[in-house]
Every structure is written in structure tokens, then in C-alpha cells.
Design a protein around this ligand. Structure first.
Ligand code: AMP
Ligand code: MG
Length: 527
């Protein structure tokens, strides 16, 4: 690849106020949306894997992928002419408390590229060294967390869940010190860099920082820029109404995202306002996890194990709390807060609308009626009392016959989703059977032909999700330099709704050994 072929644009830098201090040292930065900073060169970068489809979208030809130049550019060793790398300034509420300035402590945006779909995409290196926002940390990322981000963000894309994406995963050749369990036992780990890609990486925190600094001028500039570039259907005329409409759009996208996380069984793990995308994307894959045994009260994040703020079940309400923080910021741009409050008051209803649509599809219903919420609640009561793999359960539900004359062995149909079917008490067995019977009766009484119902369900209930323990297996191999499992898995994850022959291992529920192993059930923020 000739690095001249990449045409970077820098609208963020060209249009918004930046830091005037050119030196790269950790500091508080005021009145600036970004600081210009060069990625730190890595010692011996090598390409682990990449997303071919995304490369094509960005106009990077297949022949150039894997060339030395490609690896050097996306390891941060070579600056492409025309790009002006920068780190963003943002703040955030962490675990419910204002944390002040945070910013891109280890992410550096190279610039934007026009995609073949007519949209513009920012390319950002994560783990590329110190920036003014690195605070007490090192600006680096380790292979295990980079691989997890690469896999999960691409998997989310193919699951049709709004997300940032990942172009490349590069081993830096450098080692990074990490105290994975914060127990005073630091170890040397393999360093890595993900090049992630999104129309924008702006977060709620990018706006919060200027409210904290009481800098309405920059806040307004950033808001106008965001509306103009990311919400083109809203006329950015600086009127209070345009900011309210923008807030409504952010709220709508966020509510949709929360329903989608519930659809696929994703737990973000650190829903601080600095990890909330202003365009409703899943962003910042850290100690996230995928539900195995369905549990509303589960969080994969060890840091949150006691407080349980960011459990699967609380995500929609936490998103609303985060939207409230954003509304507080936007109060500075509107004459009176009433319309923002009204929008916020509609959040529950909007979330429920999306959620009901999600459940309609997951259950294969033509319409979601009033009684169906009761069926869903009843299902959760079953889930609470029995250890069931959510993904396999919903997938197998499509095989429950809607033909009333057929032989019913409903329990056998969903048996593969149960963690301990032989140990199930007769009482719980009956509870599950009762629900399945009610469900079968429900689908028999609707005029949706069986083929359409199956299609609807299999298109909403994925068979392959990036299971926590599979990520750990891929990490163990990758650490030793063996990327075969990772690459094969990525291929499977490209078609998550389609059963693929010979790929059962990628749909298997969590094996017993993974129940307690670090990285498989609990993750620390250390990355
Ligand atoms: P997180 O909650 O992991 O998204 O990160 C919170 C803040 O810590 C952000 O400002 C990150 O940029 C910063 N941060 C996390 N890890 C590092 C690191 N290794 N080096 C520098 N900054 C980091
Ligand atoms: Mg973050």
C-alpha cells in the first residue's frame, strides 16, 4: 500500500477549537475539543487479523492489506500525508459521579476517510501511546482486550446492533505491564493496537466537559458541528428547538440500542457517560460480557461486582440516567429546560416500544398484544429459576411446532439450552413445560405461517454470539502466535443468524471449566 492512497480529511480539527499546547504531556486542557498528538511508534508491528469488508468500504484494496505499509500505518509507525492525528478532550460521570476531565488517554484519531457508501468514517488507533489525557496510565492496550474489542465490535456489526467497528488488530512487538486483578501482581503482557472505525467517536462526555468548564461558546460549536455532520435531518440553526430535536434523536437512538443489547444478551459493563456514544453506537468494549445463564442481575465487570450498577437488567435505566446528564448540559443551550424534561419523560415509553418489537420478533409473533408482555414476564420467571443459555433457548424456540396436531416434546426441543437438564426438579421441569405449552398455544392462535415465523425468529435470535469463553480460547492461542481459531471464529461471526455446518463448537454453551476462569465469566477493567 502506498500511504498516499489513503485520503484523510480532518473536519473535526478544521472546524473546532483545539489545544494550543503542541507538546505531549499529561495535563488539564481547557476550552478545546482536541489536542494534536502523534502516535508512539511500536517496535515490531505485525498484523494479526483485519476486516476485509470494512477495508473495502474504506477503499483500501485487498492487495494492500497486510503489506508492510498497511501494518505500519495502522500500528501508528507511519503518518499518512494529510492526516492530523489528535486525541479528544472529554469528561464523564463514572459510576454515578462526575469524574472531571478524562479524554482519549490511549486513543488517537488519524482523521476521516470517505467510505464507498457515501458516509465519512473516522479511523482511530486504540493503544497508541501517551496523550495529554493519559492521566496516570500508559496509553497502551494489551492483546487480550484488543482482541476482545476487535471480535465483539465486528460481531455486533453482523448482528445488526449499532456499533463502532474494527479494521485491524496489530501486535505491537512491545510488552505492556498490567496488574490484571489489581492485587499487586503486575505481569508483562503482549501489546496490541486496534484501528477502530466509526462515523464519529463523540460521547456524551465530550459535551459534558464544556458544561463543567462553563464554556457555552465551545459547547455550542461542538453541538452545531455534531448536528450538522451526524444528524443531517435536523436543521442546525442554533435555535432552542434544534437542540431539543437533537436531544430527542440521541434519546431515540440510545433507547433503540438498549433494546438491541437486550435482544442479543450483551452487557456493556461500564456504562459511564464517557462510554455513551452521541450517535447511539456501542462504544468502548472493555469488561463487557455475553449472557450465558440468563440473569438480569449479572455484570461481567469485577469493579462493579459489589455495586452492580451496570448489570444486564439495569442497562436501559442507566442509559436514561446518562441521558439526564446530557440534558443537564443542553440546558445551557436552550432557554428553558421543560422540553428536554418532556423528552426524557418519554424515554420509558420509547424504550418499551423498541423492546416490544424485539420480543415480537424473538418470539415469532405477528403482533405483540397486551397479553404478550405477561408471557414475556412469565418466561423471565422461568429463566430466574433455571440455568438456561439465553442464545440457545431462543434459537430452539423456533422449533416449537405451531402445528397443534403434531407430537409435542417441548422439553426435548429446548433441552440443549439447559445447563443441567438432568438435575432439574420435577417442579421446575413442569414450570418450563407450562410456559412452553402456553407459548405453543400462543403461536397456534395466530395467522402467521410456520415458515414465516421461523424466518422471523431465526433472523432475530442469533445462533453465534461472541461467547466469553470462546474469546478466552482465541486469546490463549493468539498470545502464542496462533491466530487460526480467531480467524475461523471471525468468519463464523459474519453470519450469526445462519446455521453453518461443522461450526457447532462456536455455538456451544459455556463448558464447566469456563464457569469460574478469569476472562470467561468475570473481567477486570484492566486492559
Ligand atoms: P474506560 O472507562 O476504560 O473507557 O476509560 C476511562 C478513561 O481512562 C478514558 O479517559 C480512557 O482514555 C482512560 N484510559 C483507560 N485505559 C488507559 C490507558 N491504558 N492509558 C491511558 N488512558 C487510559
Ligand atoms: Mg472509555
Amino acid at each position: 500500500m502506498n500511504s498516499n492512497n489513503l485520503k484523510f480529511l480532518n473536519p473535526f480539527v478544521d472546524n473546532l477549537p483545539g489545544d494550543t499546547e503542541p507538546r505531549n504531556f499529561v495535563r488539564l486542557v481547557r476550552d478545546s475539543c482536541y489536542s494534536l498528538v502523534q502516535p508512539t511508534a511500536t517496535s515490531k508491528p505485525s498484523l494479526i487479523t483485519y476486516s476485509q469488508e470494512l477495508a473495502e468500504l474504506l477503499g483500501i484494496s485487498p492487495e494492500t492489506i497486510g503489506t508492510e505499509t498497511f501494518t505500519e500505518v495502522f500500528a501508528g509507525n507511519r503518518t499518512v500525508p494529510g492526516s492530523t492525528p489528535y486525541a479528544m478532550c472529554y469528561g464523564g460521570h463514572q459510576f454515578g459521579h462526575w469524574a472531571g476531565q478524562l479524554g482519549d488517554g490511549r486513543a488517537i484519531t488519524l482523521g476521516e476517510i470517505d467510505g464507498k457508501d457515501g458516509l465519512s468514517y473516522a479511523l482511530q488507533l486504540k493503544g497508541s501511546g501517551l496523550t495529554p489525557y493519559s492521566r496516570t496510565a500508559d496509553g497502551l492496550a494489551v492483546l487480550r482486550s484488543s482482541l476482545r474489542e476487535f471480535v465483539c465490535s465486528e460481531a455486533m456489526h453482523y448482528l445488526r446492533v449499532p456499533t463502532t467497528r474494527a479494521l485491524s488488530l496489530i501486535r505491537t512487538g512491545d510488552q505492556v505491564v498490567r496488574d490484571m486483578f489489581y492485587d499487586g501482581n503486575p505481569e508483562l503482557e503482549t501489546g496490541a493496537i486496534v484501528c477502530r472505525v466509526a462515523p464519529t467517536f463523540l460521547r456524551f462526555g465530550n459535551f459534558e466537559i464544556f458544561a463543567a468548564q462553563r464554556n457555552i461558546d465551545v459547547l455550542k460549536k461542538l453541538a452545531n458541528f455534531t448536528i450538522r455532520t451526524q444528524f443531517p435531518s435536523i436543521k442546525s440553526d442554533e435555535s432552542p428547538d434544534c437542540y431539543v430535536r437533537w436531544f430527542r434523536a440521541v434519546l431515540d437512538r440510545t433507547a433503540f440500542l438498549m433494546a438491541e443489547w437486550w435482544r442479543v444478551g450483551f452487557v456493556h459493563g461500564v456504562m459511564n457517560t464517557d462510554n455513551m456514544s452521541i450517535t447511539g453506537l456501542t462504544i468502548d468494549y472493555g469488561p463487557y460480557g455475553w449472557l450465558e445463564d440468563f440473569d438480569f442481575g449479572w455484570t461481567p465487570n469485577t469493579t462493579d461486582a459489589q455495586t452492580k450498577r451496570y448489570t444486564f437488567g439495569k442497562q436501559p435505566q442507566i442509559a436514561k440516567w446518562n441521558l439526564l446528564q446530557l440534558a443537564n448540559v443542553l440546558c445551557l443551550l436552550v432557554e428553558e429546560p421543560g422540553p428536554l424534561q418532556e423528552a426524557l419523560d418519554e424515554y420509558d415509553q420509547i424504550f418499551e416500544k423498541y423492546y416490544m418489537e424485539v420480543m415480537r420478533c424473538k418470539l415469532g409473533l405477528r403482533e405483540f398484544g397486551d397479553d404478550d408482555m405477561q408471557l414475556v414476564q412469565e418466561l423471565y420467571r422461568v429463566f430466574e429459576s433455571i440455568e438456561i443459555d439465553m442464545t440457545l433457548f431462543f434459537r430452539s424456540l423456533a422449533n416449537i411446532s405451531s402445528d397443534s396436531s403434531s407430537d409435542h416434546n417441548w422439553f426435548q426441543t429446548v433441552r440443549p439450552a439447559l445447563y443441567n437438564p438432568d438435575a432439574l426438579s420435577s417442579e421446575l421441569h413442569e414450570k418450563l413445560e407450562n410456559w412452553l405449552r402456553a407459548y405453543a398455544a400462543r403461536v397456534q392462535h395466530q395467522s402467521l405461517n410456520p415458515g414465516t415465523r421461523t424466518e422471523l425468529m431465526n433472523n432475530s435470535n442469533p445462533l453465534y454470539v461472541p461467547r466469553n469463553y470462546l474469546a478466552q480460547l482465541a486469546i490463549d492461542d493468539a498470545d502464542k502466535g496462533d491466530y487460526a481459531l480467531l480467524r475461523q471464529w471471525m468468519e463464523v461471526l459474519k453470519n450469526p443468524y445462519q446455521e453453518q455446518s461443522g461450526m457447532d463448537q462456536f455455538a456451544a454453551k459455556r463448558p464447566d471449566w469456563a464457569r469460574t476462569r478469569a476472562g470467561c465469566s468475570m473481567l477486570s477493567c484492566s486492559s
